[in-house]
Design a binder for this molecule. Structure first.
Ligand code: PNW
Length: 536
């Protein structure tokens, strides 16, 4: 038996040691207990993001590269779609931001921002002009090698998307692109080529960007390839994409992950659906909105199979339409097993929110089967894009919803978030205060999702590094934090780039006072840049 005195002594020593270790851990932020947070009267949360938080900025190949006929590149469905008049301003991506010839300038801009990583995509038809592995274009391979090497030399991690919508045209023409299972082994060949050539340096891979928007190109006329197969094109292409994603995932995990030590996931887009009111009808409608938006892709990966509500509704509608089979393709057991669990992290793109009402709809379609109408709230500030109204709490809602709906989600990497202005002819105003506010308030809601709702968000990516080719809207909608003069291709930082740099540098916004200081400095800078840009 120990003496009473010894016991007291031991207890005190243990308490002291625990205290010392704990305060040390707090200081080096092993535990977060002491990190200060302060919420403003108007609900703004000052404070830091987690220590390991990754800040990033993004582009995609067709939107910035140009060099359409350079270096042995093959045509993609977006070359075709834009050249046959699919784009609002009659433009195309032939030159875009000319990043194919100016990637060093882009890397320098990314470095200036001080971010941890840069998200870009590989153009499938630049490395495989016909889409197939029997014809590798080494010049195209070199372009991405140079880009990756320059990023790494600048201490920026490449985050690489394999498919950001620019399907090799040959594959669309030959067998219908994402409508056919023929594409699955070809996508795997392409992915494997990228793992082989770049995987020693690329540690974060994204298979597909926004399968929902890709599907809209098979469902409607609004995006390439513009097939307009209402009611079937969207579901069929989604089904094929999920299978191709899963095969690429398993290929990486089985053959490359161990030696290359990277990870691989998918990027889904999702906005928040606010029920018009608290009636059960409209609350259910907003649930259906989420299921048709993200559930169609996330459920097969995180839970298994299609969301029940989609399976039931589309099955029922298909019967009423007199079809012998559902318009929603049925998964075979082996396919279900192949798809489940195939994302090391969830890439999320989120921009806006909508008000959701229940409304029965007759016409079959990926965008009508959910029996809802969506509108933008009149109180939400508009942007340069008709679909994008500014509602910062939406991103927090989406993040928390994902945590609740898919407990096995692991972690979320926000792979896109940003806002547009419409093109202004003449003197462009680089003082984009509305975008500064957008980033300030959206990232604050991400911080709240982490701190208050316990969502595991590992990073945030601003869309976009540059004004660029905004798909069917052409160059009239500018999402860049850097302005691009599409005549001279000169890049100039907008105020939002300067703000983002401060945000990244401080891993958050420390206090109202500090923020005020940044704003003053940024206003001065963009006003000076305005003069230079406009030559006054
Ligand atoms: C994303 N919508 O697309 C894409 O990943 C980017 O390439 C694009 O430039 C960016 O967002 C901005 O639009 C979307 O109409 C395009 O709901 C449109 C919608 C959603 C996402």
């Amino acid at each position: 038996m120990l003496q009473r005195k010894t016991k007291v002594f031991l207890l005190l020593t243990v308490t002291f040691v625990v205290y010392v270790v704990y305060t040390w851990m707090v200081r080096v932020k092993v535990v977060m207990a002491e990190v200060k947070f302060e919420e403003d009267d108007d609900g703004f949360l000052y404070g830091e993001f987690p220590n390991s938080f990754q800040w990033s900025v993004a582009t995609s190949a067709y939107q910035v590269e140009g060099g359409a006929d350079q270096g042995g590149r093959g045509a993609s469905i977006w070359d075709h779609y834009s050249h046959v008049g699919g784009i609002a301003d009659g433009s195309n991506g032939d030159v875009a931001c000319d990043s194919y010839n100016r990637h060093k300038e882009d890397v320098a801009l990314v470095k200036q921002l001080g971010v941890t990583s840069y998200r870009f995509s590989i153009s499938w038809s630049r490395v495989l002009p016909t889409g197939k592995i029997d014809n590798i274009n080494e010049e195209g391979i070199s372009y991405y090698n140079n880009l990756i090497n320059d990023l790494i030399a600048a201490n920026i991690q490449p985050v690489v998307t394999l498919y950001h919508w620019d399907l090799p045209l040959a594959l669309q023409n030959e067998f219908g692109g994402w409508l056919s299972d023929v594409i699955i082994p070809l996508f795997v060949d392409y992915a494997e080529l990228c793992f082989q050539r770049y995987g020693d340096r690329v540690k974060t891979w994204i298979t597909l960007n926004e399968p929902r928007v890709v599907a809209s190109g098979y469902e409607t006329k609004d995006m390439a390839p513009g097939l307009n197969k209402l009611g079937v094109g969207g579901y069929r292409s989604s089904y094929v994409m999920l299978k191709a994603h899963a095969r690429a995932y398993h290929t990486y995990v089985e053959r490359y992950k161990q030696t290359q030590r990277g990870r691989i996931g998918i990027t889904l887009n999702c906005d928040w659906g606010v029920p018009h009111d608290a009636t059960p009808l409209n609350k259910e409608a907003s649930t259906r909105f989420m299921q048709w938006y993200i559930g169609l892709y996330a459920h097969p990966i995180y839970v298994g199979g299609w969301p029940k509500v989609i399976e039931d509704n589309v099955g029922e509608k298909s019967r009423k339409e007199g079809r012998s089979e559902s318009r929603l393709p049925a998964f075979a057991q082996a396919e279900l097993d192949d798809i489940i669990g195939t994302s090391d992290f969830l890439g999320l793109n989120s921009y806006t929110a909508v008000i959701v009402n229940h409304k029965r709809k007759q016409s079959p379609g990926l965008f009508t089967d959910s029996d809802i109408t969506t509108t933008l709230d009149a109180s939400w500030p508009p942007s340069g894009s008709s679909w994008l109204a500014i509602y910062p709490p939406g991103i927090r809602k989406v993040l928390s919803w994902i945590k609740g709906e898919y407990p096995g989600y692991g972690s979320i990497l926000i792979t896109e978030n940003g806002v547009s202005e419409t093109d202004q002819s003449g003197c462009f105003n680089l003082c984009d205060q509305f975008r500064v506010n957008f980033f300030k308030n959206y990232t604050n809601n991400v911080l709240k999702a982490i701190r208050y709702d316990g969502v595991n968000v590992e990073g945030y990516t601003a869309w976009s590094l540059l004004d660029n080719f905004e798909w069917a809207r052409g160059y009239k909608e500018r999402f860049g934090i850097h302005h691009v003069d599409f005549n001279t291709l000169k890049r100039t930082p907008k105020a939002s780039a300067l703000f983002y740099k401060r945000l990244v540098e401080n891993n958050g916004i420390p206090s109202r006072g500090v923020l005020g200081g940044w704003m003053k400095e940024i206003e001065g800078e963009c006003a000076r840049e305005n003069q230079a840009l406009c030559g006054t």
